[in-house]
Design a protein around this ligand. Structure first.
Ligand code: DGT
Ligand code: CA
Ligand code: CA
Length: 601
């Protein structure tokens, strides 16, 4: 259960009181503290709005693309961050300055931390946690497990036999599950450590390898390849890194350590002559490595992390290119190294020319203050232009989806006037009028066609009834794609990494319909979504469906997330022409006019 894991990560980070000023990942520390405050307030039965404010702030800060300290350094008010008011801004500064939070310390004296952790067990809300704690003195997950096994929980008020079973099941599931961290979160730990190592005099270069370099959406651990001749100095430096909780294993050229966050880092120190071979090896994937080694054997070559050898003589390995060249292959981009046909493609000279961040010309999905975004259309436009984009669709949420904050027909009309005014002023940049409209349970849309027809772009999305059976869910989405005003299907699988599985839907059918109707499928670059998946990106390409890579930014700095979307797209073998918003505006507009798509341009 990743929610538990993530909160636990944050809590670990928070536990190192007084050290936050030198901690590698201050965002996660702040998020940890806010999460814990929310937990404790909830158990105490505090005002739910107050609890939610902390909860939202924790996830905003935790997922923030950049170090929160850069706001302060650049003189930007912290209250620019979505959901951060004066009080929270004050606490953030307190945490940065002191490493702790007085308010949390006060709460902790009232509720033991093990009790708070019980909240993360599926099926246990604050009320039940409070009961478990008060009635049975259960103050840890271990005690909960024992009590459930001893059948002592079923008799508590508000529980029963069924609930007890569910708790037992949940606990067993939790203990068996892999611990993986979102890529964006891992970045906050990995990059500072890499930067620290790069600054050591003996170090020539540092590469973060493993699933991180392959841009998987989550990573199990971090693998670092350090190029240095003096490995003793590197080992020494590692031991002194401030964010280390424990060095679990270390030899002369390798170390496995646990950061304060609980994240594991494997470090390998290699000499320059082996650096390419080591990088190939530790980038993996394991399946790719095995395939490479097999190819080598066919040629009488031995390939390992030290180099490529013929009869014990090294013939390659200083660069990655040299390793692949020894196999008569071109260099293969890390995102493709999953043994999903990349070696065959490389051999045939048919590797895709993968999309890059610079290929994006527009972003078709952002929110503004018209719904729950943090910045207005003008600020978003300037931020997008500063990143080299040429157009931006303003797509606030429709009413049902955004609740009281969603846009209705009247608000849309006002926004449309505003966009006309802005477009008259902006040179070399265009704002498009759009909306993210909710797909209702029956596949109809949350706004009438007459309203949608006036917009440049309509993004449809499922945000409710994730539990529908496959056939009904599929029919619902197909119905929405039949609406002639829909241009893009947002985050088509509804995935929230570590929190919610994808809903059950027939993607093949959806893709065929999308192609037939000229609808693009979104790849949401939001770090918690990254939906479409890599496999579905590739399927879209095969089916001839365009993908739209969008930030879903709620604030100017969230355009940073596009980087993650590009990584996912590359894992899905996407090239520039497979993506809608790599086109210049005139071409994108023509595609948005919904002529059924025939062939690639
Ligand atoms: P992760 O950490 O679960 O997100 O995934 P990876 O791919 O980073 O896996 P990890 O950390 O266990 O290992 C890093 C790389 O080291 C992996 O991608 C390939 C290489 N490697 C690890 N174990 C083996 C192995 O038994 N054989 C081979 N050929 N390569 C291995
Ligand atoms: Ca790894
Ligand atoms: Ca590893």
């Amino acid at each position: 259960m990743d929610m538990d894991h993530r909160a636990a990560e944050r809590r670990h980070a928070a536990a190192v009181d007084g050290r936050a000023a030198i901690m590698a990942a201050v965002n996660t520390t702040i998020a940890a503290i806010f999460d814990e405050i929310a937990d404790l307030l909830e158990i105490q039965g505090a005002n739910p709005f107050r609890v939610r404010a902390y909860r939202n702030a924790a996830s905003t800060i935790g997922d923030l693309g950049s170090d929160v300290r850069t706001f302060i350094q650049r003189g930007m008010p912290l209250t620019d961050i979505p959901g951060i008011g004066e009080d929270l801004a004050h606490k953030i500064r307190e945490i940065i300055d002191t490493g702790g939070c007085e308010f949390l310390r006060r709460l902790e004296q009232e509720v033991p931390p093990g009790v708070a952790r019980l909240l993360k067990v599926p099926g246990l809300g604050p009320k039940r946690v409070k009961t478990l704690w008060h009635e049975l003195d259960i103050s840890s997950v271990e005690l909960l497990l024992r009590a459930a096994q001893a059948q002592r929980i079923r008799n508590l008020p508000g529980f029963g036999e069924k609930t007890e079973h569910k708790i037992l099941e949940a606990l067993q599931r939790i203990s068996g599950e892999e611990r993986r961290l979102e890529l964006a979160l891992a970045t906050q730990y990995a990059e500072p450590l890499a930067a620290y190592l790069r600054a050591l005099p003996a170090v020539q270069s540092v590469e973060i390898a493993g699933s991180y370099r392959r841009m998987r959406e989550t990573v199990g651990d971090i693998d670092m390849v350090v190029i240095a001749d003096d490995h003793a100095q590197v080992m020494d430096g590692l031991a002194r890194y401030p964010g280390v909780r424990e060095v679990a294993a270390s030899g002369t050229t390798r170390a496995t350590m646990l950061l304060d966050s609980g994240l594991q880092v494997d470090v390998r120190v290699v000499p320059h002559a082996s650096s390419g071979a080591a990088l190939v090896y530790f980038t993996g994937s394991k399946a790719h490595n095995i395939a490479i080694r097999r190819l080598g054997l066919e040629r009488g070559l031995k390939i390992n992390e030290y180099g490529v050898f013929r009869d014990e003589v090294q013939i390659a390995g200083e660069t990655e290119e040299s390793v692949y060249a020894a196999l008569d292959l071109p260099w293969i981009p890390p995102e493709l190294r999953e043994d999903r046909g990349e070696i065959e493609a490389a051999r045939a000279g048919r590797l895709p020319e993968l999309i890059t961040l610079a290929d994006l010309r527009g972003d078709l999905h952002v929110r503004t203050t018209a719904s729950d975004g943090q910045h207005g259309a003008e600020e978003m436009a300037h931020a997008a232009r500063a990143r080299g984009l040429e157009y931006l669709a303003i797509t606030d949420r429709s009413q049902r989806l955004g609740g009281a904050n969603g846009v209705d027909a009247a608000r849309l009309a006002r926004q449309s006037d505003e966009i006309d005014r802005l477009n008259a002023r902006l040179s070399g940049f265009t704002l498009l009028k759009g909306i993210e409209v909710d797909i209702l349970d029956d596949g109809s849309l949350d706004l009438p066609d007459a309203v949608l027809s006036r917009l440049d772009i309509v993004i449809a999305a499922v945000h409710s009834r994730f539990d529908l059976p496959r056939a009904r869910q599929t029919r619902r989405i197909l119905h929405a794609l039949d609406n002639p005003h829909v241009h893009v299907l947002a985050h088509p699988l509804g995935q929230l990494i570590g929190e919610r599985e994808t809903y059950d839907v027939d993607m093949q059918k959806i893709m065929r319909k999308a192609r037939q109707r000229g609808v693009a499928l979104e790849l949401s670059a939001h770090p918690g979504r990254l939906d479409l998946s890599d496999a579905h990106c590739r399927m879209a390409k095969d089916e001839g469906v365009l993908v739209a890579i969008d930030s879903d930014a709620h604030a100017t700095f969230e355009f940073d997330m596009l980087r993650l979307g590009i990584g996912q797209a590359r894992r899905g073998w996407l090239e520039r022409d497979d993506v809608l918003n790599t086109r210049p505006l005139t071409q994108s507009r023509a595609l948005l006019r919904r002529a059924p798509r025939r062939d690639k341009r």
